[in-house]
Design a protein around this ligand. Structure first.
Ligand code: KG4
Ligand code: ZN
Length: 360
C-alpha cells in the first residue's frame, strides 16, 4: 500500500539521495533528476513560448492547461534520460510558489501525488530559492556568504545570503521587475515575446549614442529598484518616433544599457555595503550577455568574484528545483499530504538548511 516508508538499502552505497524536480510556476514545464552523490543526472524543459506568443505575454489559464498536457510525459522522459526508474527516486520536489497559482497547482498536485504513490517524501520549493541556488549546479560553485542578484520576469531582488534559507533582503523592486520591463519594452517595439532575448538581439545593431535613458533610483542611496519610470520613458520615446528597424534597434540598445547599468550600480553598492567578496546572479535576465559582461568588469574593480549558472539554468528549469528540494529533503523537510501553493511568498520566510555540494 502506498504511503509508508520504503526500504532503501542501496542508498548508502554508490549513489546519493535522488530527487525528481518539477517546475511549473509560469510558462516553462521543467523536470530534472538530481543525485546527491553524482549531481545533475538529467533535466528537460518544454517551453510554452509558441502558445503565448500570439497574446504578447503569458496567459495564465493557457499556461496551466498546457502544463497538464506536458508534465507527465516530461517526467517519464527525464527519468528515462537519467536512466532511473521510479523505484530509484527517493523524493520529489516541486515549485510551490511564488508564481501563477493555476500553473503552480499542476506541478504541486502531480509532484505530491507521485511522491505519495512512490512512497517517498515530497517538498514544496520556493521558486526564487531555486534560482538563487542554481549556480551550485556548476563545476565551481560559490561558497557562502555572498550577495545574490535575482532577476526574473516577476522579481528583482538583492539578497545577502549566509547559507541556504539564510536570506536577508537588501532591496527589491517597488514596481515592475526588470524582466517585466524587458518584456513590456519588447511589446512596445513589436519584437514579440519573451522580450529579454528579443531586446538583446535587436540592441546588437543599435547606436548606443542616439538615445540616453534614465538609470532609475541610482542617484540616491539604497538598494531598492524601480523600473516603471524607465518603462514610461521608453513608451514616450517610442511614441515620439516612427519605428523603422534602426530606431527599434537604437531604442532597444538604450533601454538595455540603462537597465543593465542600473543593476550593475546596485550590485556594486550591495557589495560595498555588505563587504561580501562574491556576487551570484540568477534568474532569466541573468542570461543577458551585456549584464554578464558588465558585472564581470564591475566585480574586478571591487576585488570580488561573480558566479552565474549557465544560461539555460538562469531561465526557469527543473534542475534548480531538484537541487533546492534535495537540500531540504535531506535535512528532513517534508510537505504534508494536504499540500498548498502560494502566488506570493517572501524568501525571508524560509527555514535555514545545510548546503549539499557535489564536486566532480
Ligand atoms: O526566471 P525566468 O525564466 O522566469 C521567471 O521566473 O519569471 O525569467 C524570465 C524573464 C523574462 O522577463 C525574460 O524576458 C527574461 O527573463 N530574459 C531575459 C533574457 N532571457 C530571458 N532578459 C534579458 N536578456 C535575456 N537574454
Ligand atoms: Zn523564474
Amino acid at each position: 500500500m502506498p504511503g509508508g516508508p520504503r526500504a532503501r538499502s542501496e542508498l548508502s552505497y554508490n549513489r546519493g539521495m535522488r530527487v525528481l524536480g518539477i517546475e511549473t510556476s509560469c510558462d516553462d514545464t521543467g523536470a530534472a533528476v538530481y543525485d546527491g552523490g553524482r549531481g545533475l543526472l538529467a533535466h528537460l524543459l518544454y517551453s510554452q513560448i509558441a502558445i503565448h506568443e500570439p497574446y504578447g505575454g503569458v496567459v495564465p489559464e493557457l499556461a496551466a492547461r498546457d502544463h497538464i498536457r506536458k508534465l507527465l510525459p516530461l517526467v517519464a522522459a527525464v527519468l528515462k534520460e537519467a536512466q532511473v526508474d521510479r523505484d530509484g527516486i527517493d523524493g520529489v520536489a516541486y515549485t510551490a510558489g511564488p508564481g501563477l497559482v493555476g500553473a503552480l497547482l499542476v506541478g504541486a498536485a502531480l509532484g505530491r501525488s507521485l511522491a505519495w504513490s512512490w512512497r517517498v517524501p515530497a517538498v514544496g520549493v520556493h521558486h526564487m530559492e531555486g534560482h538563487l541556488l542554481a549556480p551550485m549546479l556548476e563545476p565551481a560553485p560559490p561558497a557562502f556568504p555572498f550577495v545574490a542578484l535575482l532577476v526574473s520576469g516577476g522579481h528583482t531582488i538583492l539578497v545577502d545570503v549566509t547559507g541556504i534559507g539564510r536570506y536577508r533582503i537588501l532591496g527589491e523592486s517597488r514596481d515592475d521587475a526588470v524582466g517585466e520591463a524587458f518584456d513590456k519594452t519588447a511589446q512596445l517595439l513589436k519584437l514579440g515575446y519573451p522580450g529579454g532575448p528579443a531586446i538583446a538581439a535587436a540592441a546588437e545593431s543599435g547606436d548606443p549614442h542616439r538615445f540616453h535613458f534614465p538609470r532609475p533610483m541610482t542617484d540616491r542611496p539604497g538598494l531598492e529598484f524601480s523600473f516603471s519610470g524607465l518603462k514610461t520613458f521608453t513608451r514616450n520615446t517610442v511614441e515620439a518616433h516612427s519605428l523603422d528597424d534602426q530606431t527599434v534597434a537604437d531604442i532597444a540598445c538604450a533601454f538595455q544599457t540603462a537597465a543593465v547599468d542600473t543593476l550593475v550600480i546596485k550590485c556594486r553598492r550591495a557589495l560595498e555595503q555588505t563587504g561580501r567578496g562574491r556576487l551570484v546572479v540568477a534568474g532569466g535576465v541573468g542570461a543577458n550577455r551585456l549584464l554578464r559582461g558588465q558585472l564581470r568588469a564591475m566585480v574586478k574593480t571591487q576585488g570580488a568574484e561573480v558566479f552565474y549558472p549557465r544560461p539555460e539554468l538562469c531561465t526557469d528549469n527543473g534542475a534548480m528545483i531538484a537541487y533546492a528540494g534535495h537540500c531540504r529533503l535531506r535535512t528532513g523537510e517534508r510537505e504534508p499530504l494536504p499540500f498548498r501553493v502560494r502566488a506570493r511568498w517572501s524568501l525571508a520566510e524560509l527555514n535555514p538548511v545545510e548546503p549539499v555540494i557535489v564536486r566532480g
